[in-house]
Design a protein around this ligand. Structure first.
Ligand code: ADP
Ligand code: MG
Length: 716
């Protein structure tokens, strides 16, 4: 079998299997080999048939017979049946829904079966066992197995676990197991070359590609499986790093506007702030200004919690461009935020007399208005674009409409990107002018992620951290509430409501589960909780509901009513973006807190941070476990979201951070994120390789691998 062979040629596939493989994007033999097990089945014990007890996961060795397929009596599902016999006795086997298995085995063959011993109406049987043919092995006695050291060494004596693959409708884990077994048996890997350079594998004691593929699918023991997973986890981070480092290398090849900021001038600008910058703000400003004095463009990420003062840093970076008539584009993720930034910038820049523009999908504005120099005014898009093109407007704020082709700048020297996950190669290319001059890039984020993850996904950026909050800021008083304190907490909150404040209640679910279809989990839903609070607790207040299944109009209506104070209590789910800040909402309850990561809880409570009144966050936990409560208590002591993200990673693992979807990293790759040494190794090696050989000319296999993994990878 060749690695590029199409699966439909090498395997007999029915319509459902074809559809399932398509859905999983598995087309070739090679694709299948890189479809890794998600875990390995529980280690089961090798047992004699007479010793089997219902409920056990057990492995038996014996001869198989009486194989046949039939349809379930009532259900009509196709099933396969048979029996296995060893020296001690025999037991029935049933495979539900997997009739094809009966065709893969033959009466009289010696096999190893691992499955659950199940009590049926007519005695016990082995349900849906995994099987392996024992070709050359004389399995005549259970005892020989334990006396035979070779078998034990090979793991057979332990009934070594089977790989379990993610299933989808139409295809089972077992199908993968047998298909991959066949590929490996046919020596398809013999000519496989490794794309990771051998010296790197050696340096970090990682198995070669061929070995790792065998070990990940058919490990002889736990260590082999772990080394294989380690290799693939390293490989994933390494490939991401190569792509990011190449990106960085490419962007740095451009020229930039070199800024020569004057200390005194910057000092004056900072002194106009109605506050003293924090140490980390000063440090970040210094680093950013130093970056901008270079003759290649800056690529920097500024990380800082909500409220840590990123806007002031960005404003200072924009300010130093003014005296050379250079321009800044400031991109926000939503219109609401673009508007907020527009007005913040007006505050920061009024004294300079410059013009500031705003461009969003729903219209354009300019400050100052000709008629009223203290106000902004609505202008036409055409007018705005004209003034941006001739340089009359040095600072333009907007949504991503901002970097579209129609928006032409005279001298764009700085692009600030607020809270966008990644501003990839393609988007950056658009910013490079024909004469090879590219703007400095400043990305900003409040999403708390651990350092290892930041180093990986933002590998193309240099990092600056705002890790302290402005002095004098009122801390959110955070309490962990166990069930027995629930009622007294509601009374405390009632006091705040009486003083005219408002309350958010965050619930893990939208609706109650349908008891017909789902287990009734003891989890609050926004819809039901709103009804319950109205009926039992806060009768005198208006309660609204907000969740993602509502129409956009309805959502806006509810948000508007909450902003205006017509609704006092808002029950929402965590996924709902409560976009607008309602400064009067000073209390937040988070229900079912044990289901959330610490960093996520921190972000949720950030919704009440902007108010001038004292803010409160009540974390309602149902669990009584000491460990859970101890974990949640970190919310009272941690200094910032990044610290909490690190804690999530150490306490609950990378799964807590959300995988593939959010960061474009597989679950296996996320395993590497736990390991700072591995991430640093992958980064160091990637930087070295790109420095030595930016286009990876000496490493064509590696280049192809990186290209296939990264959608927007641009090697020349
Ligand atoms: P971020 O964008 O990081 O969430 P902002 O830049 O919007 O935060 O700042 C939040 C608020 O804090 C703003 O009202 C801002 O004026 C104020 N602020 C910023 N830096 C400081 C500081 N060093 N001391 C006091 N207040 C500050
Ligand atoms: Mg901000």
């Amino acid at each position: 079998m060749e690695l590029h062979d199409k699966l439909e040629i090498k395997f007999r596939l029915d319509v459902n299997q074809k559809r399932a493989l398509n859905k999983l994007k598995l087309f070739s033999v090679s694709d299948l080999l890189f479809h890794f097990p998600i875990r390995y089945s529980d280690i089961s014990e090798v047992k004699r048939v007479v010793d089997l007890i219902p409920g056990d996961m057990a492995t038996v060795y014996g001869k198989i017979s009486k194989l046949k397929t039939k349809k379930g009596f009532r259900s009509k599902i196709p099933m396969a049946e048979g029996q296995i016999e060893d020296l001690s006795g025999k037991i029935k086997i049933t495979w539900f829904n997997q009739a094809y298995l009966a065709k893969m085995l033959h009466d009289g063959e010696n096999v190893k079966l691992t499955g659950k011993v199940t009590q049926g109406k007519n005695g016990i049987y082995l349900a849906n066992p995994e099987f392996e043919k024992m070709l050359d092995m004389p399995i005549d006695s259970h005892d020989t197995l334990f006396r035979n050291p070779t078998l034990l060494r090979e793991g057979l004596g332990e009934g070594l676990s089977y790989p379990i693959y993610a299933e989808t409708r139409g295809i089972t884990s077992k199908w993968f197991y047998h298909a991959i077994e066949k590929i490996l048996r046919e020596k398809s890997l013999d000519n496989l070359e490794d794309y990771i350079p051998a010296d790197i594998l050696k340096k970090y004691s990682l198995p070669t590609l061929k070995t790792a593929l065998i070990w990940i699918h058919k490990p002889k023991n736990k260590n082999d499986a772990e080394s294989a997973r380690k290799r693939f986890a390293f490989e994933e981070v390494f490939c991401i790093q190569l792509e990011r480092q190449h990106d960085k290398f490419e962007y740095r090849k451009n020229k930039s506007f070199q800024i020569r900021p004057e200390k005194k001038d910057v000092q004056d600008f900072l002194e106009r702030f109605p506050f003293k910058p924090t140490n980390s703000q000063s440090k970040s400003i210094e680093t950013i200004l130093a970056d901008m004095t270079k003759n290649f463009p800056m690529s920097r990420l500024l990380e800082g919690d909500v409220g840590s003062g990123k806007t002031a840093v960005a404003a200072t970076a924009s300010y130093v461009l003014l005296k050379d008539n250079l321009q800044t584009a400031y991109m926000a993720p939503t219109e609401i935020l673009a508007n907020q930034h527009f007005y913040s910038f007006i505050q920061y820049f009024t004294h300079t007399g410059i013009q500031i523009g705003l461009i969003t999908g729903s219209g354009c504005k300019k400050f100052p208005s000709k008629i009223n120099p203290k106000e902004a005014t609505i202008i036409s898009r055409a007018q705005l674009l004209k003034w941006v093109a001739n340089g009359q407007i040095p600072i333009l704020i907007g949504t991503h409409a901002l970097i579209q082709k129609t928006v032409k700048f005279k001298n764009l020297a700085l692009v600030v990107i607020d809270e966008q996950h990644r501003f990839g190669t393609a988007q950056r290319r658009k910013l490079v002018r024909k004469d090879g001059v590219a703007p400095h890039l400043l990305s900003m984020t409040a999403t708390p992620i651990p350092r290892t993850l930041a180093l990986t996904i933002y590998g193309d950026l240099d990092l600056s951290l705002l890790d302290e909050m402005p002095a004098g800021r009122k801390q959110i008083i955070t309490e962990i509430i166990t069930p027995n304190k629930r009622l007294e907490t509601y009374e405390k909150i009632r006091q705040e409501l009486k003083n005219g404040r408002q309350l958010y209640v965050i619930c893990p679910r939208i609706f109650e589960p349908d008891p017909e279809k789902e287990l009734a989990l003891n989890v609050k839903s926004a819809v039901e909780e709103a009804k319950r609070l109205k009926k039992e607790i806060f009768r005198e207040y208006e309660i609204g509901v907000l969740h993602s299944k509502m129409s956009k109009e309805k959502k806006e209506e509810v948000m508007q009513e909450f902003t205006e104070g017509k609704i006092h209590i808002l029950c929402a789910t965590s996924v709902v973006e409560v976009g607008v800040n309602v400064p009067n909402a000073t209390v937040i309850i988070i229900e079912g807190a044990e289901r959330f990561g610490l960093a996520q809880l921190h972000q949720l409570r950030g919704r009440v941070i902007r108010s001038t009144h004292q803010a409160y966050c009540y974390i309602f936990a149902e669990a009584k476990s000491e460990k859970t409560i101890a974990r949640l208590k970190a919310l009272k002591t941690a200094k910032n979201g990044f610290e909490l993200a690190e804690l999530d990673l150490t306490l609950r693992g990378a799964g807590e951070l959300g995988g593939t979807k959010q960061w474009g990293i597989t679950d296996l790759g996320m395993e590497a994120i736990k390991n700072i040494k591995m991430v640093e190794a992958a980064r160091t090696e990637a930087i070295r390789l790109i420095e030595e050989d930016p286009e990876l000319i000496k490493y064509p296999l590696l280049k192809a691998k990186v290209k296939s993994k990264a959608g927007e990878f641009h090697f020349e």
